[in-house]
Design a binder for this molecule. Structure first.
Ligand SMILES: Cc1ncc(COP(=O)(O)O)c(C=O)c1O
Length: 366
């Protein structure tokens, strides 16, 4: 394939990038069409560089300005008080399961306290146990993770190294309705699946982390927001695992995921223009997302994609558990004609949480 084949052939001309169905499956969330359009354009030609965004040097001033600008804009979008840094890291939410106890539990006198409310918090606990003592404050495991604990079921101690919880358990679809723990014990939260979906008071947290792919961009970059004092910890750690290293280098210590950060910066800009989380949650409450769980649950039995004349091929790979299911179905139900994709249920729990991501276009079929 020649250069001309690529740039004058399949990629030339106007292609519709608007997703053709609403995808409620797990995994990466939908990105807004405006973000997809701009990112797609930048893959071919990024601003006035004469080059693709994929060729942008991570050592360039332009990329540094993009990272610094996105850090500042994210802090403003959240309404962060002074004393916080944003780091753009790799390794996903999973690496944070280890980096957090490496910094906050190693050598500490108190235990780290964890709330085991679902699949992902249960994954975080053994990683912390490599670094020190862990006390599980509450576990929903024996009941199959069906609910979050009531406040009166938790007895967090005042001298814990930190308290960790997952604000929204992605697999089970369980959302914490309150902020657990004492305000004077470092509070750490995995917000991977609900980051930026609603306003939250950052001042109550010492560290918040979220991989980008649910609500802020593509997979490949993870946002860690932490208080300055945490940067003083972990001096004995390998450089690449130390928060301080990444803070000192403005998240450009080694080669960062330039494209993922670029798309996150576009999406942050879109969210800011749209009024950020406060406006979105108000809009959601007023019915922007008009499909309710009751509407969607009957559709969850099968994967439903748009009518056969539309090419659904590209999406099939993105949907866990979608292989082997019929690729196209017609139905008299208006929701199906509008195009809805839902995975068959999460094999790990046998349930079907319906994910509604922030970039998803408004649903109008009801
Ligand atoms: C709440 C939560 N935490 C952590 C993870 C793990 O993230 P990653 O796959 O980016 O390592 C996930 C993955 O979906 C998640 O939903």
């Amino acid at each position: 394939m020649t250069f001309a084949d690529v740039f004058d052939g399949p990629l030339s001309g106007r292609r519709t990038l608007r997703p053709q169905c609403h995808n409620f499956s797990g995994g990466p969330g939908a990105l807004a069409s405006s973000v997809l359009e701009e990112a797609a354009g930048a893959v071919r030609l990024f601003e006035d560089t004469g080059d693709s965004i994929l060729g942008l040097s991570h050592r360039s001033g332009r990329f540094k300005a993009m990272v610094d600008g996105t850090e500042a804009a994210l802090l403003a979008l959240i309404g962060a008080p002074p004393g916080y840094r944003v780091l753009f890291l790799q390794g996903g939410g999973s690496l944070q399961f280890s980096m957090i106890p490496m910094h906050l539990l190693r050598g500490a006198s108190g235990s780290a306290e964890y709330i085991a409310s679902g699949y992902w918090s249960a994954k975080a606990i053994p990683e912390a146990a490599h670094e020190g003592r862990v006390r599980v404050l509450w576990s929903g495991e024996k009941d199959g993770f069906r609910r979050t604990p009531r406040r009166d079921e938790l007895e967090p101690s005042k001298d814990a190294a930190y308290l960790h919880y997952v604000s929204n358990e992605t697999v089970e679809g369980l959302r914490f309705p309150y902020v657990p723990g004492h305000d004077d014990v470092p509070r750490v939260c995995d917000m991977s699946s609900d980051f930026l979906s609603e306003p939250f008071d950052l001042s109550r947290y010492d560290l918040v982390y979220a991989h980008a792919q649910k609500n802020l961009g593509p997979a490949g970059v993870t946002v860690v927001i932490l208080r300055d004092w945490i940067l003083e910890r972990g001096a004995e750690l390998p450089a690449v695992l130390r928060y301080r290293t990444h803070a000192d280098h403005g998240s450009i210590f080694n080669t960062p995921p330039v494209f993922a950060i670029y798309v996150a910066s576009l999406d942050e800009g879109r969210q800011r223009r749209e009024g950020g989380a406060p406006l979105r949650s108000a809009r959601r409450a007023s019915g922007r997302v008009r499909a309710s769980r009751r509407d969607l649950e009957p559709l969850a039995d099968e994967r439903v994609v748009p009518a056969p004349q539309q090419d659904a091929g590209a999406r099939v790979d993105r949907e866990r558990g979608a292989r082997g299911l019929p690729r196209h179905r017609r139905s008299s139900q208006p929701g199906r004609a509008a195009g809805v994709a839902i995975q068959r249920g999460d094999a790990r729990v046998g349930k079907r949480p319906l994910r509604i991501s922030e970039g998803m276009a408004p649903l109008t079929f009801r």
